[in-house]
Design a binder for this molecule. Structure first.
Ligand code: SF4
Length: 319
């Protein structure tokens, strides 16, 4: 009996192309991508304040905290005000953490403000007020994870680190792995690939990190990549595979309306505006549903973003 040869489906064909592309890219160490991407960056990079020399390592660190979950356009005004008020870590560390929460404004995920304040205090105590250069020392700061440590070491100090944010992961997923989107959470395989693609030369590696991030932000965007103006379109595995649609787990949708996050944002907005402690009744006015409102307020208190006082009053944290 003769066996019938398997007919390749579009999915298996895409997967084969993708795995071939991975092998090709790993074999080539990504060297074919470095020149086009960094040349494109030299011509098209946005002039952002944290990329200017005067930003220094502190400016880079502040921007990285703010940009993690917030778009550039919303970060820009808050970043400018922040650096004008607190040009050095010591300036921020000298103030109450509540002032950081107040200045964070509407950037969202305000625990980042507390963490940045804690990082500034640790920089002052452990490093004499200068943002440390070593990746391990950066990683040891409160609120600084693998991504932020790599980003500061790379962007501020020109070191060689794989800097793997959402934009970079998407570019690598498409250009190298041949998939429309990366997995929901960063995988060991992605880290390995990012390290394999990193240029050997330290200075080039630093530019590559910034350039891949910018490419993902401006050209290889999540919803509508502009492949016609992409410097690596000719090598892109996803393009070569015929742009196969996403076949992984559903992508997480961000919702806001009606969530505890929204209620927390409304409560915090009242406290940010207040110069004196706020009575419970003023907080009760921002959301009708009492159980959700109480849960949101409890969450803010347990996160250290709000300080309860006697007499049912609340304020931003003072210590
Ligand atoms: S060719 Fe298109 S999909 Fe591929 S990396 Fe460039 S912008 Fe992204």
């Amino acid at each position: 009996m003769t066996s019938t040869p398997a007919i390749p489906t579009p999915m298996t064909a895409a997967a084969d192309t993708a795995s071939a592309a991975v092998s090709a890219a790993e074999a080539a160490d990504g060297t074919g991508l470095h020149g086009p991407v960094t040349d494109w960056f030299a011509e098209h990079a946005r002039d952002l304040p944290w990329r200017r020399p005067e930003a220094g390592a502190w400016g880079v660190m502040v921007s990285e905290f703010m940009l993690q979950q917030t778009p550039v356009s919303r970060v820009l005004p808050v970043y400018e005000q922040w650096l004008a008020r607190w040009p050095r870590p010591a300036d921020l560390a000298a103030e109450a953490p509540g002032e950081a929460v107040r200045a964070w404004g509407r950037l969202g995920y305000p625990r980042r403000a507390l963490r940045l304040h804690a990082a500034a205090s640790a920089i002052q105590e452990r490093h004499g007020g200068d943002v440390p250069r070593e990746h391990a020392q950066l990683l040891a700061l409160p609120g600084v994870g693998e991504y932020t440590a790599a980003a500061v070491a790379s962007f501020a100090y020109g070191q060689r680190h794989a800097v793997l944010d959402t934009n970079v992961r998407r570019v690598f997923a498409r250009a190298v792995t041949g998939r429309q989107y990366p997995p929901n959470a960063t995988t060991a395989a992605e880290r390995k690939l990012a390290r394999a693609l990193l240029p050997e030369d330290e200075e080039l590696a630093s530019r590559w990190a910034a350039a891949t991030m910018e490419l993902g932000a401006l050209v290889c965007t999540a919803r509508s990549p502009e492949c016609h103006r992409c410097p690596i379109a000719a090598q892109c595995a996803w393009q070569q595979a015929g742009s196969p649609v996403h076949d992984g787990p559903p992508r997480r949708a961000q919702t806001y309306a009606g969530t505890d996050r929204q209620v927390r944002g409304k409560l915090l907005a009242v406290l940010r505006e207040a110069v004196t402690p706020v009575p419970q009744v003023a907080l009760d006015a921002v959301w009708d549903e009492p159980v959700q409102r109480a849960r949101a307020l409890d969450g803010l208190v347990s996160d250290g973003l709000v300080e309860p006082l006697s007499g049912g009053r609340y304020r931003l944290p003072h210590a």
